[in-house]
Design a protein around this ligand. Structure first.
Ligand SMILES: [Zn+2]
Ligand SMILES: [Zn+2]
Ligand SMILES: [Zn+2]
Ligand SMILES: [Zn+2]
Length: 297
């Protein structure tokens, strides 16, 4: 989507588009926004930084990805409405259980209800009905969605419901089970990365070790001197195991349970964790434990 198209779409929907973040801004759409880069202290664009500063001062301002923005513009039934309905239902249920349960906060459910459509699958030559409704993005039938997961090296362990659902999958290479959204799978495949974060971080730690080795040899160090360097500064070829307990403690403080099974062939700074709020299973590095994305604590 171009800037002008976004501008027109906001105006058509009755919004007031503006070129800069101001005290009146309540939604900031960030084109190349990666939620992972939104950690405190991360490098963000000037507008996003200003948005955070305004958030700190109590302004009700929301950062949105281009995908979220398109979803909101996408027809009458937006994600927000569907989520709202679902959360209302959950709250009604917990009301029945009792006053104590009713006061418990509710979180985005992992699985969202289906968005039925009469649209056709966008896969060339496929005449099946698509599995979800959209006006702005491609859509596919269930078989072709599952084929995309296979292409990404994953086997789905649950039925497809909604493109924004987190779906439990198993990695075809390493067997690691974790939840991924279809959008995430498509993005990682397009970037030529494995979706499985266990495979990704394993490759990343091997590559880090290899690059450091190369750099030391280029610097003219003999193998013996390289060993001395590693003895003094830590050896990236050795899997770091000393902080696994710290990781689990830190995860618990951030509302996640460490599942205690570091993915095969990654260092122990990478672990599988389950969110206590919504049950989402993720493979993450200790650095990425910073905050709980569910309750924004
Ligand atoms: Zn199809
Ligand atoms: Zn894997
Ligand atoms: Zn969660
Ligand atoms: Zn939390």
């Amino acid at each position: 989507m171009t800037r002008q198209m976004a501008w027109d779409a906001v105006a058509n929907a009755g919004g007031q588009p503006a070129p800069t973040t101001t005290r009146k801004t309540n939604i900031l759409v960030v084109g190349d926004f990666n939620p992972a880069s939104l950690r405190p202290g991360a490098n963000v664009s000037g507008k996003a930084a200003k948005a955070f500063a305004l958030q700190d001062k109590g302004q009700d301002i929301e950062l949105m990805t281009e995908a979220d923005f398109l979803q909101v513009l996408d027809g009458t039934s937006t994600m927000d409405e569907e989520l709202r309905q679902l959360i209302d239902q959950q709250e009604a249920k917990s009301d029945e259980v009792g006053a104590h349960a009713a006061s418990a906060p509710t979180f985005r459910p992992l699985r969202l209800p289906a968005k039925p459509t009469t649209q056709q699958c966008n896969q060339a030559g496929c005449e099946a009905i698509a599995a979800f409704r959209t006006r702005t993005r491609p859509t596919w039938c269930v078989d072709h969605i599952d084929a995309k997961l296979t292409d990404a090296g994953l086997r789905p362990l649950e039925e497809f419901t909604h493109p924004e659902s987190y779906r439990l999958t198993e990695c075809l290479s390493c067997g690691c089970q974790a939840h991924y959204r279809l959008e995430y799978v498509l993005t990682k495949t397009a970037e030529g990365e494995p979706t499985c974060r266990a495979c990704y971080w394993a490759e990343w730690s091997r590559e880090t070790a290899r690059l450091q080795d190369e750099a030391l040899q280029r610097a003219g160090l003999t193998p013996a001197e390289v060993e001395l360097f590693y003895a003094a500064h830590g050896d990236p070829r050795i899997r770091r195991t000393h902080d696994a307990e710290g990781f689990v403690r830190e995860a618990a403080a951030k509302h996640r349970d460490g599942l205690g099974d570091a993915p095969v062939d990654t260092d122990r700074f990478v672990q599988r964790v389950r969110c206590r709020h919504c049950g989402k299973i993720e493979v993450i590095r200790s650095n990425d434990l910073y905050h709980c994305t569910c309750c924004k604590c």
